[in-house]
Design a protein around this ligand. Sequence first.
Ligand code: PEP
Ligand code: MG
Length: 885
Amino acid sequence: MAKYVYLFNEGKADMRALLGGKGANLAEMSNIGLPVPPGMTITTEACTAYYEQGKKLPNGLMDDVFVNLKVVEKKVGKLFGDPADPLLVSVRSGAMFSMPGMMDTILNLGLNEQTVKGLADKTDNPRFAYDAFRRFIQMFSDVVLEIPKSDFERLLEEQKHAYKVTYDQELPAEALRGLIDKYKDHVKSKLGKPFPEEPREQLSMAVEAVFRSWNNDRAIIYRNLNKISHDLGTAVNIQSMVFGNMGNDCGTGVAFTRNPSTGEKVLYGEYLTNAQGEDVVAGIRTPQPIAKLKDEMPEVFKQFVATAELLEKHYKNMQDIEFTIERGKLYMLQTRNGKRTAAAGVKIAYDLVNEGLVTKRDAILLVEPAQLDKLLHRQIDPSAKLDVIAKGLPASPGAASGKVVFDADDAEQWAKNGQKVLLVSTETTPDDIHGMVAAQGILTSRGGMTSHAAVVARGMGKPCVCGCEAIKVDFDRKEFMVGSKVIKEGDLVSIDGATGNVILGTVPMVEPTMSKEFLTFLGWADELKRLGVRANADTPEDAVKAREFGAQGIGLTRTEHMFMGQDRLPHVQAMILADGEAERRKALSFLLPMQEGDFYGILKAMEGFPVCIRLLDPPLHEFLPDMTELMVEIAEMKITGKDAAELPAKEALLKKVRTLHEFNPMLGHRGCRLGITFPEVYEMQMRAIFNAAARLTKEGYKVLPEVEIPLTIDVNEMKFFKERIDAIAAEVMAAAQVKFHYTSGTMIELPRAALLADELAEVSEFFSFGTNDLTQTTLGFSRDDAEGKFLSDYLDKKILKENPFIVIDRKGVGKLMRMAVEGGRKTKPDLLVGICGEHGGEPNSVEFCHIIGLDFVSCSPYRVPIARLAAAQAAVSTGEVLGTR
Ligand code: PEP
Ligand code: MG
C-alpha cells in the first residue's frame, strides 16, 4: 500500500502535490523549528483512491492515522479520547493549489460528554469547554452530517434570547451546556440516531467528509474558474488543537508579511483576542489591526515579527500566515505564498530583488502576466466630485460601478441579462462565489481585510470594500440604509477598493500611470525574453500608446478601418460600384492621398521600428449598406413617392449589393482574392505606403514598412503581388530620389498556406500567423457562430479544454504552425516569423510561440506589457535565457 499518512516532520515544502499546499508548508515550518502544533497529513493520493474505490476510505488508512496519532499524543503529552485530559484535533482540507474557504474545517474534534468534562476540569474553565463542544457539534453536523448550519444558528439565537443577551460570548456556561443538549436533540431528530460520541469514529467520519468536500459545488466552481484540475484531490491535515479562546491572553489571527493591496513592506493583518480559528476569516466580528498586538502582547508580537521575517526569507516570497496565541504562547498554523493584487505583485517582486532575496529571473516568475491587465486599466478620476456616502476597508483595489443586488443568485441572473451589478451583503461565504464572479465589485458591511469577501475578491482582481459598518443591509426589503439614505436594489452605486469609499451613482475614471517599479520590472522582462513584442495598431494614436507600453514595432495594421471614415466611405463605395477599371481607378485616386496620410502618421509614430501593413482584407460588401435595409428604403420610396429622383441610384446600389452578397463571407471574396480580382485596389495601397515612406525618409526619419498580403494559399498569389510591390517601390524611390528599406510577406491564415509554407517562403521575407482565421479554418468553426451557439457545450462537456479563440489550440492549429515555421525556414533560414491573431497577447499562447521559435508576437497595445512578461516567463521556465544574470 502507498504511504498515505505523513507526520509533519516527514514532509517538505516541495511535496505540495502529495501533501497539499497547507500540509507541505506545515511540514516545512515544523522542520525549520517553528512552533507548529504537532500533526499529520493524509495525502492527496488517498483522496484519489477514495474516489477510485467508489467513495470508500482506502483499506488500512484509518489504522495508519491512529498509529501516527500515537506519535502526536506523545509529543503533546495528551491522549485522544482521554476523559481526564483529552487531545483534541482540527481536521482541515488542503489541496495542492490554495482554494480559500472552498472546503471545510472541523475544530475541537475528540470532544464528547466525558472528554468535555476533562477539558473543563483541566482548564478550570467550564464555559470554554462547553463553548468548544457546541462549536464542534455545529461544525461537525454541518460538514459531516450535512445538517444545515442555519438550524444551529437558530437554536443559538433562541438561547441568547432566553438568556436575554446580545452576543455569543455573554452566554454563561450553563446556557452553553443547555445548548449542547438542544443541538444533540436536533441531530438525533434529523438523523434518527445520536451524535457520534466515539472520537475515533468522529475522526474517520471527518476525514471522509473532507474527501467529499473536494467535490462540493463551490469547490468545483472555484476550480473551473481558476483552471485547477478536478483530478488532483485534496489532502487532509489532522493537527493537535491550540486554543485562542481560553481568555484574554489568547487570540487568533491572520497576517501578510507585506501589504497585499499595495505591496508595501509592513506587516499587515488582523487578530481577535479570545477567539477561535475561523472567527477572523469568517468575518463575523471585526478584528483589530495586527499593530495593536504590540501593545496588548508585546512579547508575542516580537516573536511574531521575527517569525514572519524568517518565513519570508525561507520561502523568498510574501507569506500569508495564520497563527494562534494560547495563554501567551505563539503557534503557527499555516503559511503560504500570499495572494496579492497586481500592483502589490509588481512592487513585491521589485523589492525582493532590491533586498537581495531573489534574482531577476525568480522575480519575473512571481507575477501572473494576466494580472498586469489591472494595472493598465482605469481608476476613479481623482479630481471628480464624488458623492461619498460611506467608507469601509479598502480590501481590493480598482473601481467598480453597478446596480446594487443583495443576493449571489440575483447577481448572476442580472449579469446574465447584461446588467453590471454590485453585490452588497453583510458578509460573503463560499456559497456566494458565483455571484462574486458575476459582480463588478463587492461591498460588505462586516468583516475585515482578511474576510472571505476580501480574500476572494483580491484573488479575482475585483474591487472590494469590506467592513463598511455604516451601511445597514435589509435583505427582506432588498435595500440598505446609510444614515437616513435608502439605497434600493437596482440603484447605481460605485466603490473604490483602493480607498474604501462607497459612492452614490457612477463615477468618472482615468487612465492608469505606470509606476517606477512597474517600468523597471518590465525592463527585466525585456532583458530575459527572446521573443519580440509588437502591437496591433491602426492609428498613430494607437502606435504612440503601443510605444509607451514598450512595443517594438507594429505587427498588424488593418487598413480596412481606414476605409470607414465619413470622408472616405463615399469614395470607397464609388470604387466598389465602379463600372470597369477606369472608373475604379478614378475613385481610388481620391483615396490614395488619404491612405498615404494614414501611413505617414503611423510610420512616423513608430520611427525606427518595423510596421507591418496588411492590404485590404474584408469582403467589399462590408462597405455597402445592408441589403435588407436598402430593400425597405426602396419600397418606402416607391410607396410614398418621396425622393423619387434618387430611386434609380438606389436601385443600382441594391443590384450591386445583391451581386456582392455572399453565402459564406468568411470563406468568400476577401483577403488577397480581392487583390487578384481588382489589382488596382492593392496597387493604390502599395503606392500609399511607399509614398509615405519616401516622404518620411526625405524628412530624415528611418522607416521600416512591411507590406503584408492576407489570406494567401499559394505561392503564385505571392508572386503576382511581389512583382507589383517591387515595381511600385522602385518607381516611387526613383521619382522621389530616395532609398528606404521595405520587405514583403504573407499572413498564414489558412491550412493550405501552412502546408505549403516552404513554397510561400520563396517569395516572402516574413510570415505572420493570423491565428484568428487559422483557428476558424482549421477547426471549421466560424467564431461568432461557435461562441454564440455551441462552443460552451464543447467546453462544458470537456471535448475541448479551452476556447481555441482565446488560447491557441496547440494540438491542431499549433501543429500547423510548427509545420509552417519548419517549412518556411527550410526554404529561407532567416525568415522572420510572428503572430498577430488575438492569441499574441495571451500568456499560454505566447509561451507556445516561444517554444516553436517565432520571432515576435503582436497584440493590442494594452496587452503589450502582458506579452512582454509572458515572453520572459517562457524564456525563464523553458530554461532558455539569453545571457546569465
Ligand atoms: C487573423 O486572422 O488572425 C488576423 C489577425 O486577421 P483578422 O483578425 O483581421 O481576420
Ligand atoms: Mg484574418
